[in-house]
Write a protein that binds this ligand. Sequence first.
Ligand SMILES: [Zn+2]
Length: 155
Amino acid sequence: MSDFTLGTRSRAELKGVHPDLVAIVQRAIVLTIQDFSVHDGIRTLAEQQRLVSGGASQTLNSRHITGHAVDLVPYINGKLRWEWPPIYHIADAMRLAAQERDTPLRWGGAWDIDFLASTEPPEDLVAGYVARRRRAGQRAFIDGPHFELPRDRYP
Ligand SMILES: [Zn+2]
């Protein structure tokens, strides 16, 4: 159990996000050994268009626009840090929180797997995803801070 809590900015970012996803994030901040900040909850189409133009996102059909996705960024010494080892800790906590509630969850570190059913450490999931994409001759777009409710269960 951690002493971390969601800050004011994080709670504001969660406004409009699907309650099932909010519940997982609220549980994950208790379980995690790595503090994090909710960087992006709901996005407008205009915000999404800017991200796609800048290369930070690949789709205008983002789950952020509909309130089905959040980005959780490690918060270290007062700063947001996009760094892998701490991101893995957050993914661990999110998976555990989702498993407790039996809520399906898709992770941007390994888009193509059933994250809830997975048992490998997050870093192995990322390595597996990248290897599968390479074998298929495709680029791997990994987005470690991104978590979403899967479209097939949450249309
Ligand atoms: Zn995202």
